[in-house]
Design a protein around this ligand. Structure first.
Ligand code: ATP
Length: 337
């Protein structure tokens, strides 16, 4: 079972005012965050933001210029704690060197030998879904299967804290769902998880808290539901204008705005109070004997908020979010019938 030692204040990870430069490149510029014991914490950010540098410092692979770092109560920059840190953390990095001529089972069994109390090799093979491939040479695995092997190697030591650097890159959708389920099970068993990902849906699905890092600084932090004021953002009610109705005829209250119809022939009512807005709109449609075809209520997805925060969106990303990709989008098709 996992070893639950953490820092004195109950955090598995503490980072305070961390700095790291590579020559003239200031990769990490005053990053601070904490990861509570037993939670899944996601670091999000564009390429070159400083995520890997931060993780590598936490993992003890890179020295820092300044700042305070504690991982399970150990300073990863202190060589005296290196052995204990290796024993208690698990790593799924972007590039893990494995011997191509070994089989899947041999590879995992060999790594199990490095730990005092490893998990059962065949159980781990089963958990990552490689039972059928366990006798195959590593060199013959597909990209997604290799990534599953990486996951197996990350968890074989039964770590208290698992670092996952873009864990599902290259996975097909079913394998990704399987990996998410596995990560949730690890958390349920008490493992703390720090992950980086470029998939906002992955952060939405897994993370208890996320931090967005760009230019070496954390620019926003919160739960996936509240990041960047996402929970209080204005909602968009969208529907097709019923035959015979005009834009001007749509009943709007103070503070609401109407726009459209757009390319998809839907009009948009922006509102801070979608409950009242829906009530008014559906009442209006029913009174006219009409149906609001394609009726949806959408709030900005995590990806919309992320793109706004990181300034990566050239256009209004919210406009481009396909209906149904956002778990917070509520589809109410033909509810006015
Ligand atoms: N070994 C290195 N030597 C010099 N510069 C480096 C080194 N590693 C990273 N950098 C630079 O530091 C900055 C942060 O890089 P880092 O790899 O931490 O970003 P990242 O957020 O992990 O990016 P990605 O999402 O692409 O993996 C970048 O400008 C990068 O070019």
């Amino acid at each position: 079972m996992t070893n639950e030692t953490c820092t004195a204040d109950g955090n598995a990870v503490v980072v305070a005012d961390l700095h790291k430069s590579y020559g003239q490149v200031r990769a990490v510029r005053g990053v601070s965050f904490t990861v509570r014991h037993g939670e899944i914490f996601a670091l999000l950010g564009p390429n070159g933001a400083g995520k890997s540098t931060t993780l590598e410092i936490l993992e003890g692979f890179r020295t820092r210029d300044s700042g305070h770092v504690e991982v399970l109560g150990i300073d990863p920059g202190d060589r005296a704690g290196e052995r204990e840190l290796r024993e208690r953390i698990g790593l799924v990095l972007q590039d893990i060197a494995v011997e191509p001529h070994l089989t899947v089972r041999e590879t995992i069994a060999r790594d199990a030998g490095y730990y005092r109390a490893p998990r059962d090799v065949d159980e781990v093979i089963g958990l990552v879904g490689l039972t059928e491939q366990r006798r195959r040479k590593v060199r013959s695995l597909s990209g997604g299967q290799k990534r599953r092997l990486d996951l197996a190697l990350g968890m074989i030591g039964d770590p208290s804290l698992l670092f996952l650097d873009e864990p599902t890159t290259g996975f097909d959708p079913a394998a990704r769902q399987g990996a998410w389920e596995l990560v949730r099970r690890l958390r349920a068993a008490g493992t703390t998880i720090v992950l980086t990902t470029h998939y906002m849906e992955e952060a939405q699905q897994l993370a208890d808290r996320v931090a967005v890092i760009t230019g070496g600084r954390i620019i926003s932090e919160g739960t996936p539901a509240t990041l960047g004021g996402r929970d209080s953002a204005r909602a968009r009610v969208r529907f097709a204008l019923p035959d015979g109705c005009t834009l001007e005829g749509i009943p709007v209250a103070a503070g609401e705005s109407v726009a459209g119809p757009e390319r998809d022939e839907l009009v948009t009512v922006e509102t801070a109070e979608p409950t009242g807005t829906l009530h008014r709109l559906t009442g209006w449609a029913l009174a006219a004997g009409a149906v609001l075809e394609g009726l949806t209520v959408e709030r900005p997805s995590l990806e919309d908020v992320y793109l706004r925060l990181t300034g990566s969106s050239g256009t209004d990303a919210y406009e481009n979010d396909p209906a149904g990709t956002d778990p917070s989008s509520t589809v109410l098709e033909e509810s006015a019938r």
